[in-house]
Design a protein around this ligand. Sequence first.
Ligand SMILES: *Cc1c(COP(=O)(O)O)cnc(C)c1O
Length: 227
Amino acid sequence: MIDVATNLARARQRIAAAAVRSGRDPSDVRLVAVSKTHPIEAIREAYEAGQRDFGENYAQELNDKAAALADLADLRWHFIGHLQRNKARMVVPHAAMVETVDSVRLAEELDHQARRLGRALGCLVQVNVGGEEQKSGCTPGEAGEIAGAVESLEWLKLAGLMTIPPFDLDPEETRKHFRALAALRERLGGVTRFAHLSMGMSQDFEAAIEEGATLVRVGTAVFGDRV
Ligand SMILES: *Cc1c(COP(=O)(O)O)cnc(C)c1O
């Protein structure tokens, strides 16, 4: 049996310890509990243990779960999967933040959908800092242009940068990517322009916090293995 409340408490402890170790305030790091493929009951369990930010990867799954959990008014959904423009309409009514904006056209479509609802939407620019073969994330060279486009839009709000490093069992390998994202933020305007750095998952969130993460996306360490 997975005990979500216990897992959450452990993850929060590890987050706080990593923050303190790197001279940061633990309250500057927010845990996003990645609930993709996990059932509604597990999300309720986490909510009851005080968790408010949840991450989902698929538009339809987010839509279904948001409907089933509509009674939890202060729950915040982060969309963290690759988003096709034709699915934006399904995501925007539910998401507090879309973390995976990797093109100007996607930004424009999200802004359009947010305008229709009359509700502002936060977003992160997803950057593929490693430059490896990956289907999502813009190049570091494109990030400034996409951020500028977001800033010119009325309903989409620029909140930071996000990255998903290539899988590596060694957190010291992924640390290089975290460091590269933090350096890119400095080059493009720093923390005043990009409040958040979303980086780090179950394997490596402590290294990410040491490199400046403000949002860590943790699935397995909270909910157990995905089925
Ligand atoms: C699934 C997923 C996570 C969580 O991964 P874990 O290894 O289970 O913590 C984080 N970020 C993204 C973008 C994901 O797709």
